[in-house]
Design a protein around this ligand. Structure first.
Ligand SMILES: C[S@@+](CC[C@H](N)C(=O)[O-])C[C@H]1O[C@@H](n2cnc3c(N)ncnc32)[C@H](O)[C@@H]1O
Length: 215
Protein backbone atom coordinates (compact mmCIF):
# COMPACT_ATOMS: atom_id res chain seq x y z
CA UNK A 1 0.00 0.00 0.00
CA UNK A 2 1.31 3.47 -0.90
CA UNK A 3 1.64 5.24 2.47
CA UNK A 4 1.71 8.69 0.81
CA UNK A 5 -1.93 8.25 -0.09
CA UNK A 6 -4.87 9.04 2.14
CA UNK A 7 -7.39 6.37 3.12
CA UNK A 8 -9.95 7.52 0.61
CA UNK A 9 -7.55 6.78 -2.26
CA UNK A 10 -6.71 3.20 -1.34
CA UNK A 11 -9.70 1.77 -3.13
CA UNK A 12 -9.56 4.05 -6.12
CA UNK A 13 -8.98 1.36 -8.75
CA UNK A 14 -12.68 1.02 -9.55
CA UNK A 15 -12.81 4.02 -11.83
CA UNK A 16 -10.39 5.92 -13.96
CA UNK A 17 -8.34 5.60 -17.11
CA UNK A 18 -5.13 3.81 -18.00
CA UNK A 19 -1.92 5.30 -19.41
CA UNK A 20 -2.35 7.87 -22.21
CA UNK A 21 -2.40 6.27 -25.63
CA UNK A 22 -0.77 7.93 -28.64
CA UNK A 23 1.42 11.04 -28.86
CA UNK A 24 1.70 12.83 -25.52
CA UNK A 25 -0.10 16.20 -25.27
CA UNK A 26 2.09 19.28 -24.72
CA UNK A 27 -0.52 21.25 -22.78
CA UNK A 28 1.11 22.13 -19.42
CA UNK A 29 -2.12 21.27 -17.59
CA UNK A 30 -1.33 17.60 -18.11
CA UNK A 31 0.67 15.72 -15.50
CA UNK A 32 3.52 13.60 -16.87
CA UNK A 33 3.15 10.89 -14.24
CA UNK A 34 -0.60 10.55 -14.73
CA UNK A 35 -0.13 10.37 -18.50
CA UNK A 36 2.40 7.59 -18.03
CA UNK A 37 0.63 5.60 -15.33
CA UNK A 38 -3.07 6.38 -15.82
CA UNK A 39 -5.47 8.47 -13.75
CA UNK A 40 -7.77 6.81 -11.24
CA UNK A 41 -8.52 9.92 -9.16
CA UNK A 42 -12.01 11.00 -8.18
CA UNK A 43 -12.22 13.74 -10.83
CA UNK A 44 -14.69 14.40 -13.66
CA UNK A 45 -13.58 13.16 -17.06
CA UNK A 46 -12.79 16.69 -18.27
CA UNK A 47 -9.94 16.79 -15.74
CA UNK A 48 -8.40 13.40 -16.50
CA UNK A 49 -4.59 13.56 -16.47
CA UNK A 50 -4.59 17.23 -15.32
CA UNK A 51 -2.31 18.36 -12.51
CA UNK A 52 -3.90 19.20 -9.21
CA UNK A 53 -2.95 22.87 -9.69
CA UNK A 54 -4.55 22.98 -13.14
CA UNK A 55 -7.81 21.49 -11.84
CA UNK A 56 -8.00 23.98 -8.96
CA UNK A 57 -7.17 26.91 -11.26
CA UNK A 58 -9.92 25.87 -13.66
CA UNK A 59 -12.54 25.66 -10.90
CA UNK A 60 -11.27 29.02 -9.59
CA UNK A 61 -12.44 30.65 -12.83
CA UNK A 62 -16.06 29.88 -11.97
CA UNK A 63 -16.30 29.50 -8.21
CA UNK A 64 -19.51 30.76 -6.67
CA UNK A 65 -19.61 33.55 -4.06
CA UNK A 66 -20.80 30.87 -1.65
CA UNK A 67 -18.71 30.07 1.44
CA UNK A 68 -19.44 27.42 4.02
CA UNK A 69 -18.20 27.23 7.59
CA UNK A 70 -18.48 24.44 10.10
CA UNK A 71 -17.75 24.60 13.79
CA UNK A 72 -15.12 22.07 14.80
CA UNK A 73 -14.75 22.38 18.55
CA UNK A 74 -15.23 18.64 19.13
CA UNK A 75 -13.60 17.25 15.97
CA UNK A 76 -16.78 16.88 13.94
CA UNK A 77 -16.72 13.82 11.66
CA UNK A 78 -18.97 15.49 9.05
CA UNK A 79 -16.46 18.01 7.76
CA UNK A 80 -15.20 15.69 5.00
CA UNK A 81 -18.73 15.42 3.64
CA UNK A 82 -19.13 19.21 3.75
CA UNK A 83 -15.85 19.66 1.86
CA UNK A 84 -16.82 17.14 -0.81
CA UNK A 85 -20.19 18.79 -1.41
CA UNK A 86 -18.63 22.28 -1.42
CA UNK A 87 -16.22 21.05 -4.10
CA UNK A 88 -19.09 19.61 -6.16
CA UNK A 89 -20.89 22.95 -6.08
CA UNK A 90 -17.71 25.00 -6.74
CA UNK A 91 -18.12 26.84 -3.47
CA UNK A 92 -15.42 29.41 -2.89
CA UNK A 93 -13.99 28.29 0.45
CA UNK A 94 -14.75 25.93 3.31
CA UNK A 95 -13.99 27.47 6.69
CA UNK A 96 -13.12 25.28 9.66
CA UNK A 97 -13.81 27.01 12.95
CA UNK A 98 -12.14 25.78 16.14
CA UNK A 99 -9.81 22.82 15.93
CA UNK A 100 -7.46 22.86 12.98
CA UNK A 101 -7.46 19.05 12.59
CA UNK A 102 -10.45 17.45 10.92
CA UNK A 103 -11.32 13.98 9.72
CA UNK A 104 -10.61 13.91 5.96
CA UNK A 105 -12.11 10.50 5.24
CA UNK A 106 -15.45 11.72 3.89
CA UNK A 107 -13.77 14.31 1.67
CA UNK A 108 -12.75 11.60 -0.83
CA UNK A 109 -9.64 13.66 -1.62
CA UNK A 110 -11.76 16.59 -2.87
CA UNK A 111 -9.99 18.84 -0.34
CA UNK A 112 -7.06 18.96 -2.77
CA UNK A 113 -9.11 21.10 -5.13
CA UNK A 114 -11.04 23.10 -2.54
CA UNK A 115 -9.88 26.26 -0.80
CA UNK A 116 -9.89 25.73 2.94
CA UNK A 117 -9.40 28.31 5.67
CA UNK A 118 -9.03 27.88 9.41
CA UNK A 119 -10.36 30.28 12.04
CA UNK A 120 -9.57 29.72 15.72
CA UNK A 121 -13.00 30.90 16.87
CA UNK A 122 -16.35 32.22 15.68
CA UNK A 123 -15.45 35.87 16.22
CA UNK A 124 -12.45 35.58 13.85
CA UNK A 125 -14.70 34.00 11.23
CA UNK A 126 -17.30 36.75 11.60
CA UNK A 127 -14.65 39.48 11.35
CA UNK A 128 -13.19 37.88 8.24
CA UNK A 129 -16.66 37.57 6.65
CA UNK A 130 -17.23 41.28 7.25
CA UNK A 131 -13.99 42.20 5.47
CA UNK A 132 -15.18 40.15 2.47
CA UNK A 133 -18.68 41.67 2.53
CA UNK A 134 -20.18 38.21 2.98
CA UNK A 135 -23.53 37.86 4.71
CA UNK A 136 -23.46 35.12 7.33
CA UNK A 137 -26.46 32.79 7.52
CA UNK A 138 -26.49 30.23 10.33
CA UNK A 139 -28.17 26.90 9.60
CA UNK A 140 -29.89 25.16 12.51
CA UNK A 141 -33.37 24.24 13.67
CA UNK A 142 -33.32 26.37 16.79
CA UNK A 143 -36.16 28.54 18.14
CA UNK A 144 -36.57 31.70 16.07
CA UNK A 145 -35.11 30.19 12.91
CA UNK A 146 -36.77 30.86 9.55
CA UNK A 147 -37.55 28.08 7.05
CA UNK A 148 -34.80 27.64 4.46
CA UNK A 149 -37.54 26.49 2.09
CA UNK A 150 -39.12 29.96 1.92
CA UNK A 151 -36.20 32.33 2.50
CA UNK A 152 -34.17 34.22 -0.08
CA UNK A 153 -30.49 33.62 0.64
CA UNK A 154 -27.99 36.43 0.06
CA UNK A 155 -25.85 36.02 -3.05
CA UNK A 156 -22.53 36.76 -1.30
CA UNK A 157 -23.21 34.25 1.39
CA UNK A 158 -21.45 32.35 4.15
CA UNK A 159 -23.49 29.42 5.43
CA UNK A 160 -22.49 28.47 8.96
CA UNK A 161 -23.18 24.99 10.37
CA UNK A 162 -22.99 23.62 13.90
CA UNK A 163 -21.73 20.31 15.20
CA UNK A 164 -23.39 17.02 15.99
CA UNK A 165 -24.57 17.32 19.58
CA UNK A 166 -24.36 20.96 20.57
CA UNK A 167 -25.47 22.44 17.25
CA UNK A 168 -24.67 26.03 16.36
CA UNK A 169 -23.00 28.06 19.14
CA UNK A 170 -24.91 31.07 20.54
CA UNK A 171 -22.08 33.32 19.32
CA UNK A 172 -22.53 32.07 15.76
CA UNK A 173 -26.31 32.52 15.88
CA UNK A 174 -25.94 36.06 17.24
CA UNK A 175 -23.39 37.02 14.58
CA UNK A 176 -25.51 35.78 11.69
CA UNK A 177 -28.10 37.79 9.78
CA UNK A 178 -30.57 34.98 10.42
CA UNK A 179 -30.72 31.29 11.25
CA UNK A 180 -32.44 29.04 8.74
CA UNK A 181 -34.02 25.69 9.55
CA UNK A 182 -34.60 22.74 7.24
CA UNK A 183 -38.16 21.46 7.60
CA UNK A 184 -38.44 18.03 9.23
CA UNK A 185 -41.48 15.80 9.55
CA UNK A 186 -40.32 12.68 11.44
CA UNK A 187 -39.23 11.89 14.99
CA UNK A 188 -35.54 12.81 14.93
CA UNK A 189 -34.54 16.13 16.52
CA UNK A 190 -32.15 16.91 13.70
CA UNK A 191 -30.49 15.56 10.57
CA UNK A 192 -26.82 14.84 10.04
CA UNK A 193 -24.78 18.06 9.76
CA UNK A 194 -23.19 16.95 6.49
CA UNK A 195 -26.60 16.26 4.98
CA UNK A 196 -27.92 19.61 6.26
CA UNK A 197 -24.93 21.32 4.63
CA UNK A 198 -25.72 19.65 1.30
CA UNK A 199 -29.35 20.73 1.44
CA UNK A 200 -28.47 24.32 2.34
CA UNK A 201 -25.74 24.63 -0.29
CA UNK A 202 -28.16 23.33 -2.88
CA UNK A 203 -30.75 25.90 -1.82
CA UNK A 204 -28.16 28.57 -2.72
CA UNK A 205 -27.36 26.78 -6.02
CA UNK A 206 -31.05 26.71 -6.98
CA UNK A 207 -31.22 30.46 -6.46
CA UNK A 208 -28.02 31.68 -8.07
CA UNK A 209 -26.05 29.10 -10.09
CA UNK A 210 -25.96 29.19 -13.88
CA UNK A 211 -27.01 25.62 -14.65
CA UNK A 212 -25.63 25.86 -18.18
CA UNK A 213 -22.19 25.86 -16.54
CA UNK A 214 -22.70 22.57 -14.68
CA UNK A 215 -21.16 19.32 -15.92
C1 LIG B 1 -27.11 17.18 14.41
S1 LIG B 1 -27.39 18.91 14.51
C2 LIG B 1 -27.37 19.18 16.28
C3 LIG B 1 -28.15 20.29 16.94
C4 LIG B 1 -29.64 20.31 16.87
N1 LIG B 1 -30.05 21.72 16.93
C5 LIG B 1 -30.37 19.55 17.99
O1 LIG B 1 -31.21 20.14 18.65
O2 LIG B 1 -30.16 18.35 18.17
C6 LIG B 1 -25.85 19.51 13.90
C7 LIG B 1 -25.94 20.58 12.85
O3 LIG B 1 -26.60 20.07 11.71
C8 LIG B 1 -27.37 21.12 11.10
N2 LIG B 1 -28.78 20.68 11.12
C9 LIG B 1 -29.24 19.47 11.46
N3 LIG B 1 -30.57 19.39 11.30
C10 LIG B 1 -30.98 20.60 10.85
C11 LIG B 1 -32.23 21.16 10.46
N4 LIG B 1 -33.36 20.45 10.52
N5 LIG B 1 -32.26 22.45 10.04
C12 LIG B 1 -31.13 23.16 9.95
N6 LIG B 1 -29.91 22.70 10.29
C13 LIG B 1 -29.83 21.44 10.73
C14 LIG B 1 -27.12 22.37 11.89
O4 LIG B 1 -26.08 23.12 11.31
C15 LIG B 1 -26.72 21.81 13.25
O5 LIG B 1 -25.96 22.73 14.00
Amino acid sequence: MDSSKGPTEWGEGRHGVGPWEGPLPEDPRFDAQLLAEGDTRNVVDAYRYWTREAVTADIDKRRHPLHVAIENFENDANIGTVVRTANAFAADTVHIVGRRRWNRRGAMVTDRYQHLMHHPDVSSLLEWAQTQELTVVAIDNTPGSVPLETVELPEKCLLLFGQEGPGITPEAAEGALMTCSIAQFGSTRSINAGVAAGIAMHAWIRQYADLSQSW
